[in-house]
Ligand binder design. Structure first.
Ligand code: HBI
Ligand code: FE
Length: 289
């Protein structure tokens, strides 16, 4: 099974339930861990007005995420449940794809129950509580995005039966993790991988280097992505309604089959049919190569 994570175990570790959940055990977080959350929160929230999508900023407010410290899920879930019926559950770290999709399909978002160390301030491979809760959960307070994530989880379970996880994982990557949205005042970020990253929050909107292309479902599902650095390409949706309706109104089975017969699209390529919003210089990627 193809996954962006290579080191997921097959069975839950001791102390975790069959669905990989554990108790958040909020009282066990140390003052240093809460301080790390506060430091990351302050750095991101300074930058997000004018950059983050409306829905994301509203989510921060509705969920009262500005309260200091790692959120206590007993409080957070009361607000999130009232908004969209979603809840956050604690997991030790990465969970298998089928377990992950099953949680999403049932309005449960699994969050890694640890926080990065000061040495990992800007980059870590395995999602921690800051990425998962600050990055993902505000959007889950939006009713339309909340339904999109359910549809994604159900589609994920089906994709496993079609052996099409790789295609569906690209959809997650280019929307849930690295999506941009066009709003009245300009492009905004909503992907969790961007909003939880200090440097990419700026790069994704301000840099001349990456391409920015209008969202096209079949195209996205053929497009490679990189997990080791800033994206070379971002896909832009016009609205969350567009994202949800395209996803629920598409029959994925024929799309998987058609795409399987086509080659994958290299990360930075622009195709003749693309709705190009900005054609990137790719200078950033070239300088690193
Ligand atoms: N587990 N905890 C956790 N978080 C994820 O984002 C995650 C996962 N397991 C699998 C997985 N993601 C992939 O299936 C998706 O990125 C498609
Ligand atoms: Fe994530």
């Amino acid at each position: 099974m193809e996954s962006r994570f290579t080191h997921v175990h097959d069975t839950p570790p001791p102390g975790a339930a069959a669905d990989w959940t554990i108790s958040q055990n909020w009282d066990a977080f140390t003052a240093g861990e809460h301080a790390m959350w506060d430091r990351l929160f302050a750095r991101q929230s300074d930058m997000l007005p004018g950059r983050a999508a409306d829905a994301f900023l509203r989510g921060i407010d509705v969920l009262r995420l500005e309260k200091p410290g790692i959120p206590d899920y007993r409080e957070l879930n009361a607000r999130l449940m009232a908004a969209t019926g979603w809840q956050v559950i604690a997991v030790p770290g990465l969970v298998p794809d089928d377990v992950f999709f099953d949680h999403l399909a049932n309005r449960r978002f699994p969050a890694g129950n640890f926080i990065r160390t000061p040495e990992q301030l800007d980059y870590l491979e395995e999602p921690d509580v800051f990425h998962d809760v600050f990055g993902h959960v505000p959007m889950l307070a939006d009713p339309v995005f909340a339904d999109y994530m359910v549809a994604y989880g159900m589609g994920g379970l089906r994709s496993l039966k079609f052996d099409a996880l790789k295609q569906l994982a690209r959809l997650y990557w280019y929307t849930v993790e690295f999506g941009l949205i066009r709003e009245a005042e300009g492009l905004r970020i909503y992907g969790a991988g961007i909003v939880s990253s200090y440097a990419e929050s700026v790069f994704a909107l301000d840099s001349d280097s990456p391409n920015r292309i209008g969202f096209d479902l079949a195209r996205v599902m053929r497009t490679d992505y990189r997990i080791d650095d800033f994206q070379q390409n971002y896909f832009v949706i016009d609205s969350l309604d567009q994202l949800l309706s395209t996803t629920v109104n598409t029959d994925f089975a024929p799309l998987y089959a058609a795409n399987a017969a086509l080659s994958s699209i290299p990360i930075a390529d622009i195709l003749p049919g693309d709705a190009v919003i900005t054609r990137g210089t790719q200078d950033y990627a070239a300088a690193k190569a």
